[in-house]
Design a protein around this ligand. Structure first.
Ligand code: BG6
Length: 478
């Protein structure tokens, strides 16, 4: 079903994210028939270029980042016809009159800031002062949304000076991932899990986002950020919130975001003994982190693992363990909900009943499995085995399950539909920074050195010890 027609102005249209994610996602929505024929994408950036130059750039991006099966010459041509370009000076006057001229009145207007955060304020201000944006225009802003609480507050204030909160769409692309949304469906559309979803029945939760890529090519950004700011403060935090939150009364933006905010506010501070930071060494896959970051003295972490307590009735005493890193053994994101053992085992003599675990596989091989204990077939007595009840989306849903759309496709269409449910609210981002800041300040003050880890591993040994000393273990990354 096509969305309402729109004018989408993409600031930062010549940048990396536009080429990799935003433009290919728009094209795929166009192919799916969701982008109306008269919708327009107006690229805006500093570079002097005409429409033809921009279309060439878009077509190169599609060739590189859209799968071959979806690259149809005629379709690409039709899509490009809906793209145009205006050179714009974010901090000056150049191009704004032209942009105003180009915008239509009676369509959804969306402004996508795929630019450095220092430009959010200047762009928002000019959209208003030139009379380009109106009451129901939408503003999409990319991460990083600040580097700490103070900068995030400033960005919120800069945006609030020109736009209402209801117009602002802060992207965390993890929320656009099908499997992340599915987590809410699993929890709140089934009666099975919710009664058990608490400290009485759940021993602990593990959230892993492991990547095989290094930071080469974006070392300058990454070195000022590290895994904590780049991944934990936003993406892993969102996964934790969706796993831990109370059921919202309806699936509506503010009701959902209120519940996430309550979780963030209930997070315990993390002691240094519950935290492991790592940095990858040189290996067969590539140079060391320090070489990639072009900073031989860097203490920035490319891996982090931590134990987090949540101080509320549902979770007190059930830790959440988080880990994420670059150059690890496998690209794998999953949430494991490890249930407690049965209170009493009647099978003690012939076998111990391992506890149940629900694994939600976010990527790859999207799906979930519930490990169950059953009797091993055969006459050999009451032997128990642990088997997975396995559900892979691709198998369960057929072609629909195989064609999992990119997170950006869903999110951009939600902007046009005016649905903020999968976007972060200002207070939520600030709360996440308020929890993150003291942890980072702690290791900066201690001048803590990250542990070195081998490329292709599951991170430093010390991260394993974080669980071992609690008599638990991380799920094998394979
Ligand atoms: C980005 C981070 O936000 O998310 C990257 O800046 C990371 O460092 C990426 O690689 C992971 O996203 P995805 O969709 O590939 O899991």
């Amino acid at each position: 079903i096509p969305v309402d027609t729109f004018d989408l102005v993409l600031f930062g249209a010549t940048g990396d994210l536009a080429a990799r994610k935003i433009l290919p996602s728009l094209y795929r929505r166009f192919l799916a028939g969701q982008m109306p024929e008269d919708a327009r994408i107006i690229g805006a950036a500093r570079s002097e270029m005409d429409d033809a130059g921009f279309r060439k750039l878009v077509s190169e991006a599609l060739n590189e980042f859209v799968s071959k099966a979806k690259r149809d010459k005629d379709q690409i041509k039709a899509f490009l016809a809906q793209c145009s370009y205006i050179p714009i000076d974010a901090k000056g006057d150049g191009g704004w009159a032209q942009l105003k001229e180009a915008m239509r009145d009676d369509v959804v207007k969306a402004f996508y800031f795929s630019v450095a955060p220092s430009l959010f304020g200047p762009l928002a201000k000019r959209l208003r002062s030139h009379g380009i944006a109106c009451e129901d225009s939408r503003l999409v802003v990319e991460k990083p949304f600040g580097v700490d609480l103070e900068t995030a507050k400033q960005l919120n204030a800069d945006l609030a000076a020109s736009f209402e909160e209801a117009q602002i769409y802060r992207i965390d692309h993890f929320l656009g991932k099908e499997t992340v949304q599915n987590l809410m469906a699993v929890r709140f559309a089934n009666v099975l899990f919710e009664p058990l979803w608490n400290e009485r029945y759940i021993d602990h939760v593990q959230i892993t986002v492991a990547e095989t890529v290094g930071v080469g090519g974006r070392g300058a950004y990454y070195d000022t950020s590290g895994a904590m700011r780049d991944m934990v403060q936003n993406h892993l935090m969102q996964l934790l919130c969706l796993t831990a939150m109370e059921p919202p009364t309806r699936f509506e933006p503010d009701l959902l975001r209120d519940e996430k905010l309550k979780v963030i506010r209930a997070l315990d501070p993390v002691d240094k003994s519950e935290l492991v930071r790592g940095q990858y060494k040189a290996g067969s896959e590539g140079p060391s982190y320090q070489e990639d970051a072009e900073n031989p003295d860097s203490r920035t972490e490319s891996f982090i693992a931590m134990k987090i307590g949540i101080s509320n009735w549902r979770w007190k005493g059930t830790p959440f363990y988080l880990r994420t890193g670059k150059r690890m053994t496998k690209r794998l994101s999953e949430i494991v909900v490890q249930f407690k053992e049965t209170p009493h085992s009647i099978f003690e003599r012939d076998g111990h009943a391992p506890a149940n675990a629900l694994t939600i596989r976010l990527q790859p091989d999207e799906g979930m499995d519930l490990s169950m204990t059953i009797k091993e077939p055969g006459p050999g007595g009451m032997r128990l085995v642990n088997v997975p009840l396995d559900m892979t989306f691709a198998d369960a849903l057929g072609p629909e399950g195989e064609e999992i759309p990119d997170a950006y496709e869903r999110l951009i269409m939600d902007v046009i539909r005016g649905n903020q449910t999968l976007f972060m609210r200002g207070d939520e981002v600030e709360a996440a920074w308020a929890w993150t800041d003291p942890i980072i300040e702690g290791w900066v003050e201690r001048r803590a050195q990250p542990y070195a880890y081998a490329q292709g591993s599951s991170g430093p040994e010390e991260a394993l010890a974080l669980l071992h000393r609690d008599n638990r273990r991380w799920r094998d990354l394979g």
